[in-house]
Ligand binder design. Sequence first.
Ligand SMILES: Cc1cc2nc3c(=O)[nH]c(=O)nc-3n(C[C@H](O)[C@H](O)[C@H](O)COP(=O)(O)OP(=O)(O)OC[C@H]3O[C@@H](n4cnc5c(N)ncnc54)[C@H](O)[C@@H]3O)c2cc1C
Length: 601
Amino acid sequence: MQRRNFLKILGASSLTPGAIDASAAHANHAPNDILVDAVSFADHGGWVVDPQFIEQMGSPYLLAHGMGKPVANASTKITVKKTGTYHAWVRTRNWCPGPWEAPGRFQLAIDGVVNKTIFGTQDGWAWQKGAAVQLSKGVAKLELVDLSGFEGRCDAVFFTENADCIPPTDLKDLGAWRNRQHGGSLRGDIDETHDFDLVIVGGGIAGCGAALAADEQGLKVALIQNRPVLGGNASKEVRVHTLGIHGKVARLLKKIDTKHWPNNSPDAIKDDAKRHASLEAAKNVTLFMDYSVTEVTMDGKSIRSVAARSNTSHRRIRVKGRQFIDCSGDGIVGFKAGATCRYGRESKNEFDEGWDKYGDLWSPDKKDNRVMGTTVMWRSVPSDKASQFPATPWAKDVAKTYAEKKSEWYWEYSANDRHQVDDAEAIRDHMFRAVYGNFSNVKKNPANARLKLEWVAFIAGKRESRRIMGDHLYTMKDVTSLTNFPDTVVEEKREIDVHYQKSLKGYIVDFISKALFMKLRGHYYIPFRSLYSKDVPNLMMAGRCFSCSHIGLGGPRVMLTCGQMGVATGYAAALCKKHGTTPRGIAKNHINELRKLIGFE
Ligand SMILES: Cc1cc2nc3c(=O)[nH]c(=O)nc-3n(C[C@H](O)[C@H](O)[C@H](O)COP(=O)(O)OP(=O)(O)OC[C@H]3O[C@@H](n4cnc5c(N)ncnc54)[C@H](O)[C@@H]3O)c2cc1C
C-alpha cells in the first residue's frame, strides 16, 4: 500500500526541481549552460501541462490556456554557476501563423526583469532566440509571462554563454541532448523499472474497466494514464457522458461510469471522484498517473515492456508485464509493437458495408483516410457583469460568421488529409480557432454582453484513430445480422452512427458534423477474437482501438461498450496467467471459462 501511494504521489506531484542543476552539460556546450523543461517549473501559475503531442514534438509542454485572459506567471528557480552574459533560447511555436499578431505571445522574466523578446512568434516547433541576459552567480527566479491568454506554449528555456551554440532541433538529437543536459548519461535513460502481471495503457473507461476486472481476479496490475485524471473522454477534461449498456458487468462499470449530465457539464468532476475512489480501492492496481507511454520493447513477437515518461519532469520508467492491454484510443502500444492496424474508411465493397440511403457519406467506393473527428468542448455561462472578448483576427478564416452560444458533440473536425494522431496538434488548434472565433462573434451581439466563456477544453476528445487488427475484424454485417458468436464477450444494442463533416455538403464552416443513424432490431455482440492482436501474442485491445472496420466502430465506440471490452480483456488476462497461455489460447481453449466470468453462461 505504501508503495502504491508513493507511486501516486510521484505521478501527481513531480513538479519538483525548484533549482535546476545544469552541471551535466552536453559535451559541445559549456558546463554553465542551463536547460529548464517548462513542465518542471516549480509553480505552473495559470499555465497547464499539455502532453498530447509528445509523439510529434518530443515532450509535454506548458500551455497558457487562459480563454483570452493572460494567465498567471509560471515560475521556478535556476542555479547560475557563473556570473556572465547568457543567450536565452525558448523552444516554442507560433501555433497560428498569418498576417496578424501571433495569438500565443509570452515573455521571460528573470528576477522580475522582463526580457524584451516576445516569444511564440516563430512558425513550427523551434528554438526562438531571445535577447541576451545578464545572470549573476547564485539562484535566480525565472518566470513565463503570458501576454494573451490564447494558448501560448513553452517547452523549454535554455541559457548559454556561447553565442555560437544553437540547441538541436531534430527530435532524436534534441531528446538525447536534453537527456544529457539532465544528467542522463549518469543515470541511464530509465530511472526505475517495475514488473507486473498485466500492464494497461490508457485510463479511459476501457482501461479502468480492464483494471477493475483484473484486480478482482488478483492480478498485479499497472494502469498507465497520461493525464492526472481517469476517464478519458468521460473525465472533467473532455466532459462526455457515458452511453451504451452495462451488459453483464454493471457491477464493475457502475463504479466508473457517469450520470447522464449534458455534455460539457462540470458534473463530470463528481463522476471523476467516484472513478478515482474505485480505482484507489482496487488493492492490486498501481496507478501511474501523468505518465505517457512512449516506447515499446519487444521480445521476439511479444511485448516485454513499455517505457513511459513523466509529464511533469524528465523522469522515465520502464514497466514490464506478461500481458498488455492497449486502451489508449490511438492504439499506440499496438502501433509501436508492429501490430497490423487500420485507419480510415474501408471501401463499401470490402465488407459489404454500403448503404444506398447515404451513399458516399456512409461508405465510399474507394477506401479513404476519413474518420470521425476530434472535438474541443466548451461552455459559456451568463454572468452579473457585461464583459468584452478580445478580437481574434487569427480565428476568422475558420470561424467565419458562425456564432453559437454553446458547444455540443457535433463541434467536430476531421479531414481526409489530417491524421488524428500525426496531425493531432494542428487539429486541436483548428478547433481552438473555431471556438474562440465563434465566441468572439457571439460577443458582437449586444444581447450577449453578459455571456462569458466559463470553460474550454484543451484536451481534445477523439472518436476514432488507429484500430488494431485481431483474429476477427468486426464489421457492419456483424452488427446488422445480430450474430451471437460462440466467443461473445460484449453485448450492445445502440444504433450504428457515423459522422460526416457538414462542409462536405457545402456548410459554411468545416468544424460541424452530422450523425447518420442506422437503427437495429435487437442486441448485437462482439467476439473475444476482436479484442486481441492477430500479430502480437500478448497484446489485447479494448475501447475504440479494438479490431473493427470504420462502420463496425460506429455502434460500439460508446464508453459503456468500451468498458465492457475492458472488463472482458481484464478477465482474459487473469485466465492467461492461470492457464499459462495467450489471449488466442483463451479464445481456443478456455472461452467458456471467460464467458462465465463475465456472466454470459
Ligand atoms: C465529443 C464526443 C462526444 C461523444 N459522445 C459520446 C457519448 O455521449 N457517450 C459515449 O459513451 N461516448 C461518446 N463518444 C465516444 C467515446 O467518448 C469514445 O469512443 C470513448 O472515449 C472511447 O473510450 P476509450 O477508453 O477507448 O478511449 P478514451 O476515452 O479516449 O481514453 C483513452 C485514454 O488513454 C490515454 N492515453 C492515450 N495515449 C496514451 C499514452 N501514450 N500513455 C498513457 N495514456 C494514454 C488518454 O489520455 C485517454 O485518457 C464521444 C466522443 C467525442 C469525442
